[in-house]
Design a protein around this ligand. Sequence first.
Ligand code: NAD
Length: 487
Amino acid sequence: MKQSARPDDLPSTIRHYIAGAFADSVSGQTFEVLDPVSNTGYTTAAAGQPEDVDRAVAAARTAFVDGPWPGLVPRARATILNRIADGIAAQDRRLAELESFDTGLPITQALGQAQRAAENFRFFADLIVAQADDAYQVPGRQLNYVNRKPIGVAGLITPWNTPFMLESWKLAPALASGCTVVLKPAEFTPLSAGLWPQIFADAGLPDGVFNLVNGIGEEAGDALVRHPDVPLISFTGESATGALISANAAPQLKGLSMELGGKSPAVIFDDADLEAALDSTLFGVFSLNGERCTAGSRILVQRSVYDDFCARYADRASKIIVGDPSDPATEVGALVHPDHAAKVLSYIEIGRTEGRLLAGGGRPAELPEGNYVSPTVFADVPPTARIFTEEIFGPVVAITPFEDEAEALQLANAVDYGLAAYVWTRDLERAHSFAQRIEAGMVWLNSHNVRDLRTPFGGVKASGLGHEGGYRSLDFYTDQQAVHISL
Ligand code: NAD
């Protein structure tokens, strides 16, 4: 059976981490973890049950109420956050190796994600040190100021795409704010999260501030969502799961941050730099195996350049190197899990009846095993098609022509999602006015998906609720208390 380069020293079991110590589930239950190339189990992970979540929340609660963490001055917390970043950076290659093995991401891209995880910690370390507190005067009468207080135990629930980086995107601001946390990573990909305990311990994070419970979403995740001592949940995952979690958290009126799915448009006008747009739209849907929330998975192209664009796009897509995730030459690796690969392949079959297949169309012939899917391009996809409206979360793109700006806007907004959008035109007036009218939380004009961590991150419509990024993340993890003083 074909196997990707197997990292040394894989754990024989993946455990919880509670109150500064590794732990198994009280019930002894475990689940099997597969690697996406051989699709065989390489380890088992503790399957957290409500009693495990209770223990983790109790440890986090104790660390919050009795421990030093929430009361440390920002500089002291920032020092530890920077040491965490150093710890991540020092083992970025090991991290990338584990992540690539567990998720099927190409190794070069997994390395970039590891480095982003370190950057997330450095960014929030800088932010809390630089943070100004708000104060308001009513001259001669009143001085009012805002007292920021960490909310308490934050429940963090994360998906399987770029797992370690997305965990860092929640852990860094939660810890920077002075909260203590319980992290529930995705069950498909629990391997890299197992590195956090040592990284945190080495950096001097007090025991109990970080707790990890592995497990199935409907078990461990659900117990965290419903736990009365967890006042806020930061969730990244599918929109349907987000809606369910919102409902389950509602009776306790929890704070919720919801980073959900997407079906983002890339809109290409006929005056665009087509070569740059080609580069970017290929990267936008085929990097990270297409398992990217902000993937530009619908490309809308103005009719006058449509045929030329489609031909060049399909030609380049068909040359993308699909293969072993551990090979540095690989551009698209193996999809995370056989169930997910089956879902993506089923959308390709649907696509055959909805659009015109230009490239790909299933499993590469030379890769009979593993969760490999060829970069697949459909053209002439109508807006009623399922491959136009539904998130596929794999290397599959739908291309649709438009006549004019009005039609482009109508097509761009014609789905339930509203996470990201990409617009390509040399007419900057049009670019800005189009951005204004597009229903998306984030817009990139003539640009790759490059993040500025100070800007809001989040979606509208079915793509999410609330924005993180910069001070918005700190707002989420803190209560802002108004203090009024009469003068
Ligand atoms: P998912 O919703 O299946 O699972 C996400 C997490 O939720 C996992 O840890 C899972 O165990 C947990 N979970 C599942 N059911 C739960 C429940 N009832 N209660 C509590 N927790 C539960 O998502 P996924 O398949 O892991 O991830 C892919 C999805 O994530 C895609 O839709 C993608 O667009 C989205 N995503 C969004 C962003 C963003 O920032 N907007 C980023 C990455 C991924």
